[in-house]
Design a protein around this ligand. Structure first.
Ligand SMILES: NC(=O)C1=CN([C@@H]2O[C@H](COP(=O)(O)OP(=O)(O)OC[C@H]3O[C@@H](n4cnc5c(N)ncnc54)[C@H](OP(=O)(O)O)[C@@H]3O)[C@@H](O)[C@H]2O)C=CC1
Ligand SMILES: CC(=O)N[C@@H](CCC(=O)OP(=O)(O)O)C(=O)O
Length: 331
């Protein structure tokens, strides 16, 4: 796996404490030849050298940018090495969506049908027998977990709006004007309105639950925090539903899930920070006839590296929670 970005570095940090994994080969163009601890002092105890090319591995994670990830993973996939891809390159089933939303021609469209969308709470059995798992995006993880119970129960008609906020680490470590301190501090803005590439990803997952689902509106926002996603999801109810019934429905749906907690108050991103948890609160606006569900995750953990490890655990037959923090670091 590559470690010189935020998602890769977080994966290395979590894998360091995984009792059943040996991290043997890590890469990064910008730091090849350096020790991992020179780039990320917090990872110095791992005592690994960053290589230009990946060595011999039994399992591979890719935390490369879209397009680059599929290209680099293909030789390993062809050799039969099981893989979790943290990029979007194997998330969408329809290859034409990559032309439309990612502006590249998919290099291996024949693999899209067999790649499994790695959201364990919805696709656990498929992940257990998969060789290639597409780790979900950070916004989609929170949004789909927030909406799946309502769609499965058939209590909403559509008119779905996802209003989501992300911390700045969601934009990656590469320098960008929007992530400069002076631009991002004390500022909140929406971006990519009606044009964000996570819209088709969320839609694909929800449509698999409810084939009649009409398109949804997804609006991301950049907020001045390091980690965290908060997705506030609105859906029109198709009948009467009390707040108590909504809570019961959600609690029942996620009963026994090790990483999804249905909480009585709207969650804070801080309550998930550093953990693989997704905290979900379901509420009802009776006057407006709307279900309002809020979900909080750490974008780098349940939204990326932690979920990737959860998927690996399932693929390799390890206990699903191995090596994964369930509780946030707070404050
Ligand atoms: N940040 C987040 O919250 C989440 C990220 N992801 C996904 O994870 C992946 C990594 O994201 P993130 O860590 O945030 O991004 P970063 O910008 O922090 O890291 C990008 C990584 O990719 C490497 N890289 C960049 N361009 C190339 C290239 N052309 N060829 C080879 N390597 C390259 C970089 O290495 P170097 O600079 O050393 O060349 C670095 O290791 C992306 O696909 C992203 O969409 C998914 C969910 C959440
Ligand atoms: C704050 C921010 O910029 N977030 C990124 C999404 C996070 C991400 O890494 O995208 P994937 O989940 O698809 O891999 C963005 O909006 O492009």
């Amino acid at each position: 796996m590559n470690v010189t970005g935020y998602a890769g570095a977080e994966l290395a940090r979590l894998l360091a404490d995984h009792p059943l994994v040996d991290l043997v080969s890590v890469t990064g163009r910008s730091a090849a030849g350096q020790k991992l601890g020179q780039v990320f002092p917090h990872l110095a105890p791992l005592d690994l050298a960053i290589e230009a090319e990946l060595g011999q591995v039994d399992f591979i994670f890719s935390a490369l940018p879209h397009h680059e990830s599929a290209e680099r993973l293909l030789p390993f996939i062809e050799k039969g090495v099981p893989a979790v891809d943290l990029s979007a390159d194997f998330r969408l089933k329809d290859a034409a969506l990559y032309d439309e939303w990612y502006a590249f021609r998919h290099p291996a469209p024949q693999l899209l049908a067999d790649a499994v969308y790695g959201l364990p709470e919805l696709n656990r059995a498929e992940i257990q027998s998969a060789r290639l798992v597409a780790n979900p995006g950070c916004y989609p993880t929170a949004s789909i977990l927030a909406l799946a119970p309502a769609l499965k129960a058939g209590i909403v008609t559509g008119g779905i709006i996802v209003d989501a906020k992300s911390g700045i680490s969601g934009a990656g470590r590469a320098l960008k004007l929007a992530s400069h301190f002076c631009e991002a501090d004390e500022d909140v803005c929406a971006y990519a309105i009606a044009a964000h590439r996570h819209q088709p990803e969320i839609f694909q997952a929800l449509k698999a639950i409810d084939g009649a689902m009409p398109a949804l509106t997804f609006t991301p926002h950049l907020t001045p925090m390091t980690r965290g996603i908060l997705a506030t999801c609105y859906a029109r109810l198709n009948g009467e539903l009390t707040a108590e019934e909504a809570v019961r429905l959600y609690a029942g749906f996620y009963a026994g899930e090790p990483f999804v907690r249905v909480v009585p108050e709207p969650p804070h991103t801080k309550h998930a920070s550093g953990s693989n948890a997704c905290l979900v609160n379901a509420a009802v606006d009776r006057r407006a006839g709307m279900l309002i569900v809020t979900a909080a995750i750490d974008n780098l953990v349940k939204g990326a590296a932690g979920q990737a490890i959860q998927n690996m655990n399932l693929m390799l037959g390890y206990p699903e929670t191995t090596g994964l923090p369930r509780l946030a670091r707070f404050p």
